[in-house]
Design a protein around this ligand. Structure first.
Ligand code: C2E
Ligand code: CA
Ligand code: CA
Length: 733
């Protein structure tokens, strides 16, 4: 992937993520937090307000009770025969002081107490915890006389309203100022509790109780009802967070206000939970941010991975070139424009597997990379890597001739070796060309035709360039038909037959060996020679199965014959199979043929094959005692010197050489040299294609060990060779 593409995808997904997920989530989280706080605050103030309301209602009850409770205090001493007697003529000051003054002060906290006679003249005064001169009553008279008059009027009228088991006598009370201080003043008649001391209603002595609102009373009140910082204020408390309860006297005159700091359970709770809640929410937000950013990173990562996967779907990871899918897409686009000229080039590296095998895959990769750069340097952009060592190039707008020139330029560019350290890797390429005119609308067909041309180019040897033509295609299609038939032949036993050609000892002229040769009895085409199907079987891998059929048939036949050797041809494809030697050993053991009686023939071209000829298999076979022969020697143009590279038990001189040897003394000398060289390496020699007596004699003369050819015998079907080679003893048996 290019850097630009990477950045683009990162920026794109980051932006989208911010816009669609991160910012909305953060906004939602913040709104949620603010709403939660607002709700908490609202709940707290509502709770506070309800609490304050309750306290205010409580205060109203408290204030109401105040007057009746003082009256009640008074009743404990004023509804009492003793009190009536003690206050009347003559008054008994010590008793009065003890019971109506000091008692009321110490027990109930009353601040002042006075006793008035039937004409409202004070007969007793008590203030601030001690007896007071009677004239002190003067300062309270104005507030008291109204209450006293009202009470006497009610008493005189025989009013009994409010009298009950708990309210024993009538009474009047009101808020008032005394000596400038707010106070409750309560007036009660002093009456007989037994009813035995008659008094004229309205003339009863009266008991006046005074209780200041701003004194000890306040602490008593706040202690009892839990009003915080309760105070009495002449003015309404305007400060926020304070409550006031106004007090008026019976005439509606303001006396002052109880003020206190109301309970605020909501705010208190809020204060207590605010810090931990805020910390929790902050932690939550932090976790949210962490989660979002990790989601973001993951999203970016996934986007990049997806981009990479998409990229890899159309590109080759090693060379970064577009791949076969990209080619298929592109060629359809190019062809859709119906171009007049143009072609595709199918490039295949020559013997690249040799480089891979000898230098290793890492080096192979470096070479492929270097090659891809060289091809791109010649052709520009439209290069595709379509396989391990295959490339396609699209050259639009060019004539076939121009395409051929491009192909040659590519081959020229690949001539200099790829230098990796001190290794010089030589790679060549073969190129097949198919012009757009061959398949104007079908990219796949064009590809196939370029493949046909490549096949042709390959047969021309290294560095070949071929342009597709129809006759060539038909030939290859024929090949495809053979392959198809060959597959079904393998499924039907007997279609692959084995013929046997005897090999003769040059000196004794006795048959000492046979060579197994495959034949295909085609249901329609009759007997097909190996030259027509073996190469196809090799290129498709079917040779492995055919080879096994031949080997099994030949070995089980050979145990019947009185010969020292059975020769079986195997191809390099079979030898490269790591299990081949074991397979041979299995067959030998199965049919009971000693390994020393088997000779495996490998052709010189297979031996020289760049992909290797299966050295390991050969070594394993030799180890079990199987002999190895080099077949068709002289066709592969290998130097005689190479003979020392591999140990062969036998060298088979190719029939063309044998024939030429008789015609020219120079070729005769070559054959002689081969025989000498073989002998020097400890190998025996067989001359093939001996068709005349002269040839047989000549070869015998120059030291060839064994002879094979039509002059002795053609390859024979099993029945004939069996009749020829079966030992007499067996026959007799
Ligand atoms: P080859 O191994 O060189 O076998 C000898 C070929 O020369 C045989 O051809 C044989 O019929 C032919 N021949 C023998 N003497 C003469 C002669 O005097 N004059 C002429 N003109 N030809 C002679 P064939 O049977 O057609 O086999 C062709 C090749 O096919 C064989 O060459 C061998 O390389 C290959 N082949 C045959 N059978 C098998 C097989 O089972 N496996 C493999 N891998 N290759 C096989
Ligand atoms: Ca042979
Ligand atoms: Ca041969």
């Amino acid at each position: 992937m290019t850097d630009a593409a990477g950045k683009r995808s990162k920026a794109y997904s980051g932006h989208r993520f911010l816009a669609l997920i991160a910012i909305p989530t953060m906004i939602a989280a913040t709104v949620l937090c603010l709403t939660a706080f607002a709700a908490l605050h609202w709940a707290a103030t509502t709770v506070d307000r309800a609490a304050a309301g309750r306290q205010k209602a409580l205060m109203s009850v408290v204030v109401d009770n105040l007057r009746s409770s003082i009256a009640h205090d008074q009743e404990s001493v004023t509804v009492w025969d003793d009190a009536v007697l003690a206050t009347r003529n003559p008054p008994y000051p010590t008793w009065i002081d003890a019971n109506l003054g000091t008692w009321m002060h110490t027990y109930f906290g009353h601040d002042g107490a006075y006793v008035l006679d039937s004409t409202d003249v004070p007969v007793f005064a008590y203030e601030h915890g001690s007896l007071a001169p009677l004239q002190t009553y003067a300062h309270i008279r104005s507030s008291t006389s109204r209450l006293a008059a009202k009470l006497r009027a009610r008493l005189a009228a025989g009013d009994t309203e409010g009298i009950s088991d708990t309210n024993l006598s009538l009474g009047e009370s009101d808020f008032a100022f005394d000596e400038g201080r707010p106070a409750i003043i309560s007036v009660k008649p002093i009456i007989s509790d037994t009813g035995t001391i008659p008094q004229t209603p309205g003339t009863e002595y009266l008991h006046v109780a005074v209780r200041f609102l701003d004194g000890s009373f306040l602490s008593e009140l706040s202690g009892k009802y839990l009003f915080e910082e309760l105070a009495f204020s002449p003015v309404v408390m305007a400060k926020p967070g304070w409550e006031s309860y106004p007090i008026h006297n019976a005439e509606g005159r303001p006396i002052g206000n109880f003020v206190w700091r109301p309970d605020s359970p909501g705010t208190e709770l809020l204060d207590r939970i605010l810090l931990p809640t805020a910390a929790g929410i902050l932690a939550l937000l932090a976790a949210l941010i962490v989660a979002l950013s990790s989601m973001h990173r993951r999203a970016v990562f996934e986007r990049q991975a997806a981009d990479r996967i998409r990229y890899l779907a159309f590109h080759d990871a090693l060379t970064e070139l577009p791949n076969r899918h990209a080619f298929e897409r592109r060629i359809q686009e190019v062809l859709a424009a119906q171009p007049k000229h143009g072609a595709v080039l199918y490039i295949d590296l020559d013997h690249f597997n040799v480089i891979n095998d000898s230098l290793g895959h890492a080096m192979g990769d470096i070479v492929v990379h270097a090659v891809s750069e060289r091809i791109a340097a010649v052709c520009g952009d439209d290069v595709y890597r379509t396989g391990g060592d295959e490339f396609m190039v699209i050259v639009p707008g060019r004539t076939t001739q121009a395409a051929v020139e491009t192909a040659r330029a590519i081959i020229a560019a690949l001539v200099p070796p790829v230098i990796i350290g001190d290794v010089h890797a030589f790679v060549g390429a073969s190129i097949g060309i198919a012009s757009f005119a061959e398949a104007p609308a079908n990219g796949f067909e064009l590809f196939r035709k370029a493949d046909v041309a490549l096949y042709q180019a390959k047969t021309m040897g290294r560095g070949g360039v071929a342009v597709y033509d129809q006759t060539l295609d038909a030939e290859i299609r024929g090949t495809a038909a053979i392959e198809r038939d060959l597959r079904s032949a393998l499924a039907r036993p007997g279609e692959i037959e084995v013929h046997y050609q005897p090999v003769y000892d040059a000196k004794t002229r006795k048959a000492v060996a046979v060579e197994a040769l495959a034949r295909w009895r085609h249901p329609r085409h009759g007997l097909i020679p190996p030259s027509e199907f073996i190469p196809i079987a090799e290129s498709t891998g079917l040779i492995r199965d055919i080879g096994l059929v031949v080997l099994e048939a030949a070995c089980s036949a050979a145990v019947r014959w009185d010969i020292s050797l059975l020769a079986v041809n195997v191809s390099a494809v079979q030898l490269r199979d790591p299990g081949f030697a074991a397979q041979v050993a299995d067959v030998l053991q199965c049919v009971g043929l000693p390994p020393e009686k088997l000779e495996i023939e490998i052709t010189e071209t297979a031996w020289l094959s760049p992909g290797g000829f299966g050295e390991a298999s050969l070594a394993a076979l030799r180890a079990t005692g199987v002999a190895i022969a080099l077949d068709d020697f002289g066709t592969g143009f290998s130097s005689l010197g190479r003979l020392s590279e591999t140990a062969f038990d036998r060298i088979e001189i190719d029939q063309h050489f044998v024939k030429k040897a008789l015609q020219s003394p120079r070729d005769a000398a070559v054959v002689r040299t081969i025989i000498d060289l073989a002998r020097a390496h400890g190998s025996k020699t067989t001359a093939e294609g001996v068709e005349t007596a002269e040839a047989a004699d000549f070869l015998t003369r120059i030291g060839c060990d064994d002879l094979q050819g039509y002059w002795f015998s053609k390859p024979l079907p099993f029945a004939e060779i069996d009749a020829m080679l079966r030992p007499q003893t067996v026959d007799a048996g």
